[in-house]
Design a protein around this ligand. Structure first.
Ligand code: PBG
Length: 324
């Protein structure tokens, strides 16, 4: 008790460093990359200053820069020229993500882990993450699983190291595991967006990935932000279906979910620090309202402290430079 105990003794000078409980390392980070088949040159995303939609021709250069910064992984999102109701430009051998993965791998080989986002929303004309019944306006679960199988196999053939299904269909991990295994890819891990909430913080991403939807919203498949026990059920099922890494998304408004998931499952756990979380800090910093570097550090260290091992973040390159 006071005055014998004074917690302030350990807060001074380098002693503070010695007793620090959580650290942020470049090894924790995954940088998202947007590749857009419609472009000839890079275009900055208006709502995400510093983040670019890239043409295929610039993907290798970007991967080289990321690898040289010591970041271990990228997650690739594609925007195709052609969209239809079935998302059929998502699984062709020569489609945008498949081409991008081949170019990245040709440039950096094993220097970067290439993760692919597996979803249909960027490839469907209606913008939903699955096959749609237009009469009932329903997003159909089981027919979507078949398409996911085709997507992951095409990504794996192109050289993806990890696949990350993000559409929140029931049974997606099992379907993907089966498709991979049947095609000889039993060593490709699945990083599942297990607890993905129906969040307004994806807004800027939808500008970037042109994945806004033509009717309804994603609340029939993405989770209610009010639910925590349900997140545990989601993760439990994905682990049972063979997920190797669990993603909680978004990150900052859901630190309690990250904490619970890490505590209950002790799985490799990733948090997705999403586009809106990025834009908030960039906008405030641009106005001089926040110290950008400190806001980034404090956000990411909080995500680590909550229990995340991996952080998918648009700040990855900034942080790698800060930590150098
Ligand atoms: C869906 C997908 C989304 C994000 C990643 N994958 C958007 C959504 O579900 O609406 C969001 C990423 C971000 O906001 O940074 N394919």
């Amino acid at each position: 008790m006071f005055p014998d105990v004074r917690l302030r003794r350990l807060r001074r000078g380098k002693i503070r460093n010695l007793v620090r409980e959580t650290t942020l390392s470049v090894d924790d980070l995954v940088q998202p990359i947007f590749v857009n088949e419609n472009l000839d040159s890079a275009v900055e995303i208006p709502s995400m200053p510093g983040i670019y939609n890239l043409p295929l021709s610039e993907v290798a250069k970007e991967a080289r820069e990321i690898a040289d910064l010591g970041i271990p992984a990228v997650i690739v999102f594609g925007v195709p020229v052609f969209k239809d109701a079935e998302g059929s430009s998502s699984y062709g051998e020569k489609d945008i993500v498949q081409e991008a993965v081949r170019r990245i791998k040709a440039e950096v080989g094993d220097e970067l882990v290439v993760i692919t986002d597996v979803c249909m929303c960027e490839y469907t004309s209606h913008g939903h993450c699955g096959i749609v019944n237009f009469e009932t306006k329903e997003i159909l679960n089981d027919p979507t699983l078949e398409v996911l199988g085709k997507i992951v196999v095409s990504h794996a053939k192109a050289g993806a190291d990890i696949v990350a299904p993000s559409c929140m269909m029931d049974g997606m991990v099992e379907a993907i595991r089966q498709a991979l295994d049947q095609n000889g890819f039993e060593n490709i891990p699945i990083m599942s967006y297990a607890a993905k909430f129906h969040s307004c913080f994806y807004g800027p991403f939808r500008d970037a990935a042109e994945s806004g939807y033509s009717f309804g919203d994603r609340s029939t498949y993405q989770m209610d932000p009010a639910n925590s026990n349900e997140a545990i059920r989601e993760v439990d099922l994905d682990v049972a279906e063979g997920a190797d890494i669990i993603i909680v998304k978004p990150a900052l408004p859901y630190l309690d979910i990250i904490y619970r998931v890490k505590m209950e499952f002790e799985m490799p756990t990733a948090a997705y620090n999403v586009s809106g979380e990025y834009s908030i800090i960039k906008a405030a910093a641009a106005n001089g309202w926040l110290d950008e570097k400190k806001a980034i550090y404090e956000s990411l260290i909080s995500i680590k402290r909550a229990g995340a091992d991996i952080i998918i973040t648009y700040f990855a390159k900034d942080v790698a430079r800060m930590l150098k």
